[in-house]
Design a protein around this ligand. Sequence first.
Ligand code: CA
Length: 342
Amino acid sequence: MHAPHAPRSGRTRYLPASVWAALLLPSPTVAAEPPAVPIVIAHRGASGYLPEHTLAAKSLACAQGADFVEQDVVMSKDGIPVVLHDTTLDAVSDVAARFPGRARGDGRHHVTDFTLEELRLLTLSERVDPATGKQVFPARFPAGQGRFGIVSLEEELAFLAGLSRSTGRTVGVYPEIKSPAWHRAEGHDPAAAVVALLRRHGYATKDDPCFIQCFDPDEVARLRRDLGWEGRLVQLVGGKDQDALVSAEGLVRIAAVADGIGPSIDRVVDGSGRPTDLVARARAAGLAVHAWTLRRDRLPAWARSFDELQDRLLATGIDGAFTDFPDLTVARLRDRTGLRGD
Ligand code: CA
């Protein structure tokens, strides 16, 4: 049986029993406990509307009703976890102009070459392709506009805790350990740093509104077995090179250490828009499924609209979805269940 994934808040997160009874599938394998309404995970914040991993994008995600807000974590030169997606700064900041001469031989500015104090001097911006300077998602917030800054993971945790207090609504956190092997080669251990920081901020057990996620299965196992992380843990599953992770044996191995998998949408809904068997197989292994990423402005070829994509994905019975557009995903869930909402 998969664990319920309700954030720690007072509001109802489950279908009332009477409604559930009316919908109930007559399957003997269905757990006695009714399934949770899927959680909405704001992917890098409400990144469809504001530059990713800015506190502006995080606060908008909270206002739009996201249950969890995601943090990608990369290490600064002085060993501080910072909230950035890439291990380089070129696609999302003015680093080249601000710190001339600090690129490596690959022409990129690497986060681990800059102290937190230096990173704070940068302005974050909507993502561009560094080769062309063109926005990756042209209809989103204008690149180069606004004054947004990089924050440490600790600053973001404090920010979200403050917002949870002032709004009276708990939002969960969902940090991803980025490139652990690369970080180790640079002399850093982001997983150990993140676990220590989470514990200091009250995230320690599976009752706390927190998931740690990582693509690297060795690091997921290490988080549980060596670093002693007792909170919830998700194995991300990406491209074809990770097919073995979601084989029958692979899922059993993941279930020995993690609570769920985070597969790309195309592993859950195939290229024709039909559900795969992954959700059922994961559930049989005792794993929850949080799929990524819902983007209104990057639809799979089979989807005629964002709502069609959302409907097909939600109909697979996933436990959660990463979305760049939390308001649209919250609204679709509300329409589908008639129950979600504050
Ligand atoms: Ca991520």
